[in-house]
Write a protein that binds this ligand. Structure first.
Ligand SMILES: Nc1ncnc2c1ncn2[C@@H]1O[C@H](COP(=O)(O)OP(=O)(O)OP(=O)(O)O)[C@@H](O)[C@H]1O
Ligand SMILES: [Mg+2]
Length: 268
């Protein structure tokens, strides 16, 4: 009867055997041992990978909470910006440049809000999206919220219980996300609802969001909000409580990309 080879009598200890195997492998593959990463370097790389994975999870979550016009996600990059679509190409180039410089400052962890103000179809959402795109590759957590879609959900919430739940989740995300793009602020204004022109439940939501995104202790922006609007600051302050507007929409020209004299290029 054959019982197989006994390994207990093997005179070579396992450690030595493995060491030999390793040496042979290194030789065979031409590995330069001195150039192999140290344990610290491997730990550092593992840490970076874990952070990237976490950031992606966070971004995927906030993307899933985004509210796009007609549910269709849109993207735009600075390289897509074509100043020649406007008659005054140099002003259009300047608007693109202003937004680009602001995106670099935000990527550098400076905290401020930005407003994109002008008539329909002039490129406000596009440049705001370009900032979002820049920050997505550097930071975690960007979210797009179409104010009109949000108002639409508020209109339906009494009829559908699941919309109420969805709105709660969206609100939590709008409070916490690193960079929020509030698109078309002001279109939700209806003069029939109250003195401000926006339904009261949406007023309260915006109030809670503007408070959560502002650091009162240090009197500065906590989380960045980019807003696009067809309305002036004064018009917005009539639709909403002025406190909400002053916390979300900057007054300083430095942080306002204004599209004066631009023509509607939608569909051009
Ligand atoms: N300078 C530009 N270069 C390339 N595409 C542009 C430019 N300006 C506008 N567009 C395109 O025109 C369309 C309208 O632009 P966008 O949606 O940014 O306008 P808007 O100012 O946000 O309009 P609204 O007030 O109606 O929301 C988009 O498809 C956008 O990509
Ligand atoms: Mg727009």
């Amino acid at each position: 009867m054959t019982l197989g080879t006994s390994t207990t009598n093997n005179p070579e200890p396992l450690g030595t055997y493995l060491e030999k195997m390793r040496a042979e492998l290194i030789k065979k593959r031409g590995i330069k041992v001195d150039e192999l990463p140290t344990k610290e370097e491997l730990d550092r790389q593992t840490n970076i990978k874990a952070q990237k994975w976490l950031a992606k999870q966070k971004q995927d979550f906030y993307s899933s909470q985004s509210l796009w016009p007609a549910d269709v996600p849109v993207s735009f990059k600075f390289s897509d910006w074509n100043p020649n679509l406007q008659k005054n190409a140099s002003t259009a180039r300047d608007a693109g440049k202003q937004a680009y410089v602001l995106s670099k400052r935000l990527a550098n962890n400076q905290k401020f809000n930005v407003a994109f103000v002008g008539a329909p179809g002039v490129g406000k959402t596009s440049l705001a999206l370009a900032i979002l795109d820049e920050l997505k590759s550097q930071k975690s957590g960007t979210m797009f919220v179409s104010t009109a879609e949000l108002a639409g959900l508020y209109q339906q919430k009494r009829e559908y219980a699941d919309i109420q739940k969805r709105l709660s989740k969206i609100e939590e995300s709008m409070k916490k996300v690193d960079v929020l793009l509030l698109d078309d602020l002001g279109t939700e204004g209806f003069s029939a609802f109250n003195d401000y022109g926006v339904r009261t439940d949406m007023q309260s939501l915006m109030y809670r969001i503007s408070n959560a995104r502002f650091d009162f202790k240090n009197n500065r922006v906590r989380n960045v909000t980019l807003t696009t609007t067809n309305n002036t600051q004064e018009q917005l302050k009539k639709m909403y409580d002025p406190k909400i507007i002053s916390r979300l929409v900057p007054r300083e020209p430095e942080f306002r990309v204004v599209f004066n004299g631009f023509k509607d290029v939608r569909g051009v």
